[in-house]
Design a protein around this ligand. Structure first.
Ligand code: TXA
Ligand code: MG
Length: 369
């Protein structure tokens, strides 16, 4: 386990609280130390711990920390999640506080395997079981009618709950260890402030949340997220499934499995399900994202590598495929903010694969309030 790590000196987020609780360490502290008289002592303020090498022992500690009611940010194959014991109301309340998220937005409960599904949900349609058997562990969340274990503080008062088995060795080991210690599931939204871009690396989690986490909270480092976009969310509370949020498990993969034409939420008019990912504005960097128009010198640019960079424009990412685009998109949007760009022009990918999810996130990132 690593010692306390200072938060980054330039996290690119000028909007966050820079009060006494966020005195910078490292270089800035040296400067402060040189200026102050010996009467004042500048100490390192305790902040959360980052575990950079996850071993069986550190994951056991992390699971115990969850059982004790602390928060643990952990890697998944989609994006990093901010985890808490899904049955512990005060721990779950901390998630909402740290994210600055409205409490009526439900959380996804992560479990170690399909065998534990019935702890959380009931009346599982046959098609949902097929989906779970085919795509778990993996980047897919199923919304199903809840059991009594899923309390209002998880579901935002809805009678259903979102469940996912993630496909990341650290996430799965943490979940298994948590269950071995008596836990039922880990509630985890993406580990970013509400409405912001999801983190795909441990540095992103730090940049988003270091000022809000407590000394007892942990961040587990699992490298870069493989998929880079949040899970596909499928409503399974009705006779037919509906995609609420597109992701790496695509409509055509679902159609092939179930032999149906699955609907997307944008085509469904009557569904009464709350999902913050369904808000028009979400996944937003500070820079304004444009999906059309021509960039001027000094603007940021995101497009597949086959599109040349216009003169004087700052290339943020240059992915060779839609899969690579998904993996690097949030990195590119964050880079725009670190470079303090005010405008990013994007050429969205086309196709019915993960390009659909990329376009969904880009439209939300580009939304003007
Ligand atoms: O890939 C992911 O899904 C990541 C990783 C950490 O698992 N998690 C994630 O969580 O993206 P979050 O909270 O940032 O986004 C989940 C979305 C939210 O828009 C939430 O409102 C919606 O899923 N959601 C959760 N439970 C729901 C439910 N019972 N009914 C409808 N929407 C739900
Ligand atoms: Mg999120």
């Amino acid at each position: 386990m690593k010692g306390r790590r200072p938060r980054p000196l330039d996290d690119g987020d000028s909007g966050r609280d820079k009060g006494i609780g966020s005195i910078k360490l490292g270089k800035t502290n040296d400067k402060i130390s040189a200026l102050i008289t010996p009467r004042f002592i500048v100490r390192e303020l305790p902040i959360m711990t980052i575990i950079s090498k996850c071993t069986a022992a550190t994951l056991k500690d992390a699971a115990s920390s969850l059982v004790a009611g602390n928060l643990v940010a952990f890697p998944t194959e989609t994006v990093y999640g901010l985890g808490a014991d899904a049955t512990n109301q005060s721990a779950v309340t901390k998630i909402y506080e740290v994210k600055g998220r409205p409490t009526n937005h439900p959380l996804i409960v992560h479990i170690a395997s399909i065998n534990k599904l019935e702890n959380w949900v009931r009346d599982i349609p046959e098609y949902a079981l097929k989906l779970a058997r085919s795509f778990w562990p993996g980047p897919m969340t199923l919304i199903l009618p809840r059991t009594d274990l899923a309390k209002d503080f998880i579901t935002g008062g809805q009678d259903n709950v979102g469940i996912r088995v993630p496909a990341h060795s650290i996430a799965l080991s943490l979940l298994k260890e948590f269950e071995a210690q008596g836990g039922y599931g880990i509630a985890a939204p993406s580990a970013n402030r509400f409405g912001k871009v999801s983190p795909t690396s441990v540095d992103d989690v730090q940049a988003e949340l270091a000022n809000y986490l407590s000394p007892t909270d942990l961040i587990l480092d699992g490298g870069l997220s493989l998929v880079g976009l949040e899970s596909t969310i499928i409503n399974c509370t009705d006779v037919t499934p509906i995609i609420l949020r597109p992701g790496a498990v695509t409509a055509s993969m679902i159609n092939d499995l179930l032999g149906i034409q699955i609907e997307m939420i944008s085509n469904a008019t009557t569904i009464e399900i709350k999902a913050s990912g369904l808000l028009d504005s979400h996944y937003s960097p500070k820079a304004q994202v444009y999906l059309s128009g021509s960039p001027s010198p000094g603007d940021g640019f995101i497009a597949l590598s086959k599109h040349p960079t216009p003169d004087g424009v700052i290339r943020l990412i240059s992915p060779k495929s839609s899969v690579e685009y998904a993996k690097n998109l949030y990195m590119g949007l964050r880079l725009a903010d670190r470079k303090k760009l005010s405008r990013v022009f994007v050429v969205a990918p086309t196709g019915d694969d993960i390009a659909v999810a990329i376009c969904d996130r880009l439209q939300k990132a580009a939304y003007k309030v």
